[in-house]
Design a protein around this ligand. Structure first.
Ligand code: CMC
Length: 429
């Protein structure tokens, strides 16, 4: 029997249908509320607003559960490869052996990018942040594949765009990296797997062949898997809302990259290491920074701590913490940032302010530490997050279009000036 919630306003009752998901999550459907009552709901930052019904990723922030298409993140991180996870997210099921083989071959076919992309890249000064470069290059792909602008393309053609994105983004990331360093671009090597090929394109030098370290490749594979989707976060909601205007997939993903760039979202991994350096440069007193983070009059926040949804622990962070310990030990890296990170983590976990607000280290805290340890340049950290999140953005965009979702267009409560007559410039004080 259909369940309803009842809302009573000024004596008048409104029935709001209750929608229940497969994990028994419940929500009131308010989509007809404005038409019936003239009122909207207000929820700045969408802290308690569902924007869609999705079957891609399940997340329970209280219990620390994260599952892609039903599969626990812990099992995927342990047993799967990034491309298997990408396939799972995008097509809904883990691939059979043959499907995986075909998927990998299809991606290899598209890894090369047009040489003219280099002209675009050369236009950027060396000071350009790689996230800005990447979003520009993602948008530029529309120029090379103009048919992607047609919002009513066949599923087969959309799939081609999906394969191109997955194949070309790592190449473009590596080219933007080598370009910024003034080094000759590397080309994809179809004999290597996805992650190995990417690492080689990034770090191979004309003077020195890059050797793929399995520890490093495994760490990157896990980072990519753990970042692959996270339901309706800021960048994914951006991708869905941009795509809801029937903007093409390249443009929607480019918007996602820009949303991810912010330090409160995917830019946090870069900020974690910058914060640790800052602590060292200021005498190494982690407590001073902890106090700053607690001061309501100081905008400083402990980067890599806290999460909108996880209120007990971030399951991705738990996996990466173990991985970080393993990597620091196996690679024998010992840098002052790691020591400070340990102090900060211990101190914050014991601190009443952080306990009360349920602020724990998040995925970016440990991914930042791992990427620093394996030699990824700091400004490239959010770019690594983008490569990881790409399958999630694609899967969510595809779902939004398959459901034929209407254009995303929130309402507002206007609190500005009421109607007033125009004032001539000569009369303005
Ligand atoms: N350091 C100090 N105080 C914090 C922090 C922090 N990192 N995060 C939240 N708080 C405080 C905040 O000041 C507020 O205190 P009060 O109740 O006294 O006003 C309370 O905790 C609740 O914070 P909020 O801003 O209402 O929480 P939110 O859900 O809007 O923000 C967040 C979530 C992730 C943006 C925030 O915790 C933050 O800014 N963290 C640092 C940036 C970061 O690490 N981001 C990566 C998130 S994980 C990767 C991803 O999925 O993007």
């Amino acid at each position: 029997m259909a369940e309803f919630a009842e809302l009573k306003v000024n004596g008048k009752e409104y029935k709001l249908p209750i929608i229940e998901g497969t994990e028994q999550e419940k929500g009131f459907d308010i989509s007809k509320l404005r038409a019936e009552s003239g009122m909207i709901t207000l929820d700045t930052g969408f802290k308690n607003t569902g924007s869609t019904q999705s079957s891609v990723t399940f997340l329970d922030g209280e219990k620390g559960i994260l599952r892609y298409r039903g599969y626990p993140i812990e099992q995927l991180a342990e047993k799967s490869t990034f491309l298997e996870v990408a396939y799972l997210l995008i097509y809904g099921e883990l691939p059979t052996g043959q499907e995986l083989f075909d998927f990998k071959s299809d991606i290899k076919k598209h890894q090369l990018v047009h040489e003219d992309m280099k002209k675009i890249l050369q236009g950027f000064p060396s000071t350009a942040h790689p996230m800005g470069v990447l979003s520009s290059l993602a948008t530029s792909l529309t120029a090379f594949f103009p048919e992607s602008l047609d919002p009513n393309r066949s599923a087969e053609k959309i799939n081609l765009t999906i394969l191109r994105l997955l194949a070309k983004i790592p190449t473009l990331v590596s080219w933007s990296f080598t370009n910024a360093r003034g080094i000759k671009a590397n080309y994809p090597d179809n004999n290597l797997d996805y992650v190995g090929n990417f690492m080689k394109m990034m770090f191979n030098l004309p003077t020195e062949e890059y050797e793929i370290d399995p520890i490093v490749a495994d760490a990157m594979e896990k980072i990519f898997i753990l970042h692959a989707d996270h339901e309706q976060n800021c960048s994914t909601s951006t991708v869905r809302i941009v795509g809801s205007s029937h903007a093409n997939l390249y443009a929607s993903v480019a918007a996602g990259i820009n949303a991810l760039w912010g330090p409160l979202h995917g830019g946090a991994n870069q900020k974690v290491i910058e914060m640790l350096k800052n602590i060292i440069d200021n005498g190494g007193d982690a407590k001073k920074f902890l106090d700053k983070a607690k001061d309501p009059n100081d905008p400083f926040r402990l980067m890599g701590f806290g999460h909108r949804v996880y209120k007990n622990f971030d399951p991705r962070a738990q996996i990466l913490k173990k991985q970080a310990d393993k990597i620091l030990e196996r690679l024998g890296v010992d840098e002052p940032e790691f020591e400070i990170a340990k102090h900060l983590e211990e101190a914050a976990l014991k601190d009443e302010y952080f306990i009360e607000r349920k602020l724990y280290p998040n995925v970016d805290f440990y991914s930042g530490i791992i990427m620093k340890a394996i030699g990824i340049p700091i400004e490239m950290f959010p770019v690594m997050f983008s490569i990881g999140r790409l399958p999630g953005w694609i899967a969510q965009w595809k779902e939004m279009r398959a459901h034929n979702e209407p254009i995303g267009r929130p309402r507002q409560i206007y609190v500005g000036a009421t109607e007033r007559p125009y004032v001539e410039v000569s009369d303005r004080s």
